[in-house]
Design a protein around this ligand. Structure first.
Ligand code: URA
Length: 240
């Protein structure tokens, strides 16, 4: 296995970050600083990062969390806000491993819904690489009445400040008074993209929830609760 993939598979960091560690001379093979970025790890090799020998952790953990609003998608926070890892630390059957888990992509502080966490760095790398952007569906409660014309604008792509969004799927679920509940599926992950898209058509978001991540759905999981991914869901992610 190529060295960057080996480091990522051990849950140390992403493949991209592993390449940086190699360039910075922080990786040693059998006690010698690795000079060759494309090195293939051999059976019996001792790989260390920053002086710590790493081993391939073959049994990874994959968790789906329903992130509540007011929780930060981060492993720790300088401002002392509650992180997604703090939520997992409260659960006895994940607590020991929670410190090794990290989020796959991110949700805003004020967004709720589906967030995957894993210690499989290689999986994280593949799922968050821009080349592999796959569908994510959000339910947005927006201000104002969503018109067909605005729906079409969102479908075809809107300018969110120097970036025109690619084709999206949009369905208005219901209109109540001066607000609309709209389901939108996008394939990119620009910063606050969904909020900016609705802002661009004149229907600012009041509440935002991610309900699916590819084929993986939030279902009835309550806010703040988590579950481990099923074997079928893990296989699906592996196949992407
Ligand atoms: N788009 C947003 O605006 N916020 C999120 O958290 C995710 C997508």
């Amino acid at each position: 296995m190529r060295i960057n993939k080996y480091i990522a598979s051990a849950g140390i960091c992403s493949r991209r970050k592993a390449d940086e560690l190699i360039t910075n001379g922080q990786v040693k093979i059998n006690g010698k600083i690795l000079q060759e970025p494309g090195y293939e790890v051999l059976e019996g090799d001792s790989v260390s990062v920053n002086g710590r020998v790493i081993e391939l952790n073959k049994k990874h953990t994959y968790v789906l969390l329903n992130k509540p609003v007011g929780v930060i998608t981060s492993v720790k926070d300088d401002k002392g806000r509650v992180t997604v890892i703090d939520l997992l630390n409260d659960h006895p059957d994940i607590a020991d491993g929670a410190s090794r888990l990290y989020p796959v992509g991110r949700l805003d502080y004020d967004t709720s819904g589906i967030l995957l966490l894993t210690d499989d760095g290689d999986m994280t790398y593949r799922l968050t690489h821009p080349k592999h952007e796959f569908p994510k569906t959000y339910q947005a409660l927006v201000r104002g009445v969503m018109s067909r014309e605005r729906e079409l604008k969102l479908v075809r792509g809107v300018d969110i400040g120097g970036f025109v969004t690619s084709r999206a799927k949009v369905k208005t679920v219901k209109i109540k008074g001066n607000s609309s509940l709209v389901e939108i599926t996008i394939h990119e992950g620009k910063n606050r993209q969904v909020r900016k898209m609705f802002e661009a058509v004149g229907n600012p978001v009041m509440e935002l929830r991610r309900v699916s991540f590819g084929e993986i759905r939030l279902g009835r999981l309550k806010e703040g609760d988590f579950r481990k991914l099923t074997k079928k869901e893990i296989e699906y992610l592996m196949s992407i």
